[in-house]
Write a protein that binds this ligand. Sequence first.
Ligand code: FAD
Length: 398
Amino acid sequence: MQVMSYDFCVIGGGIVGLAVAHRLLSERPGASLVVLEKENALAVHQTGHNSGVIHSGIYYEPGSMKARFCREGAAATKEFAKEHGIALDVRGKLLVATDEAEYARMLRLDERARVNGIRAELIDAAELRKREPNVRGTGALFIPDTGIVDYPAITRKLGELVQAAGGEIVLGTAVTAIREASDGVEIRAGDRVWTARHLVVCGGLQADRLAKLAGVDPGCQIVPFRGEYYQLPTARSGLVHHLIYPIPDPALPFLGVHLNPTIDGSLTVGPNAVLGLAREGYRKWSFNRRDFGEMARFRGNYRMGRQHVRTGVRELRNSAFKRGYLAECRKYCPSLELSDLQPRPAGIRAQAVLKDGTLVHDFMLVRTVRMLHVLNAPSPAATSALPISRHVVAELLG
Ligand SMILES: Cc1cc2nc3c(=O)[nH]c(=O)nc-3n(C[C@H](O)[C@H](O)[C@H](O)COP(=O)(O)OP(=O)(O)OC[C@H]3O[C@@H](n4cnc5c(N)ncnc54)[C@H](O)[C@@H]3O)c2cc1C
């Protein structure tokens, strides 16, 4: 059996894994590095099934990794896209309040924007109507620096840069065993074996399983939250110009169903956040026995269910009945019709849930002597991937 030896191994060919690989080779030029990805292409899971938004960082708890990395990441992502000729459109976002309670929450977000150093402008209902004639609200918060981009294209470019710097990317390779020793890590995929002085695991929807495989207690379970989208017919894709978001529920790490122009010229509606029964089952009502069995055995999920029962039922109902989904969007865009909601593939978020039922809001990393596991990297981790990689490499190389 041939054993291949490297300085660094990265598991996961999403945007976080590729950003980490790129950063490692930038900081240690000439080092040997291999990226292992189980699919036959990069960016197949979360990185290839998202809204493509470069978030500004307005929502996140001041001082959290999300707040810091998102703001830095927004600037770094725009710079990277410009430098490498990747399509980018910074057209700004409107967070729209539709009643008194939302208006009050919007004012708190305006305050948070200031604390987090994000440019924001409060506008009244008349100004909102002037800027977006098809949108209604009692007021809105305009975030001029929000943009849209193609994250799979960024990931592929990072892959090219990794290879140009001497790194290897091995696709179609599902890691099945990880063994840490004091001087390095042994990684297996079936009968193939790699050793590395350091391992970074960026496994997205499989992050907790990869941690367990390596003998690390993740302290959480990755729970799949489906994000179901619709797409407007081409003739209606000019309905709004900006990204139009509702005011989110601060108890949840999800942003609410929004109207989202994409970099390919479409206008999408979504995503909702429905508890999934399969981590990588993209079709509606997908079910995976192993995924479901593990969810059913994890006490944290029952606690989470009890804490968010009303939201969970509403999301499930709106997923099953398009009219409920439509009603959510009509609160701020009343001219939307049922016929506007055309099918579009769903995405699945990897959301860490703790044993006490807490939905982990911030990014979460676990470090051992020779490994670093990125355990929770949900939105805005695509926006934040470049600063996350800087942080990961600093932690790893100390
Ligand atoms: C619906 C939705 C909308 C979103 N919208 C946005 C947005 O607008 N802006 C934003 O910033 N973020 C957004 N996000 C979040 C963002 O997409 C993710 O945070 C980001 O893509 C995470 O990247 P990742 O590399 O950690 O994970 P992934 O892209 O999921 O990559 C993990 C990789 O690990 C591989 N892997 C797993 N197990 C193994 C194994 N055993 N062996 C080898 N490889 C393995 C997988 O195949 C996968 O390719 C959204 C996410 C979703 C789902």
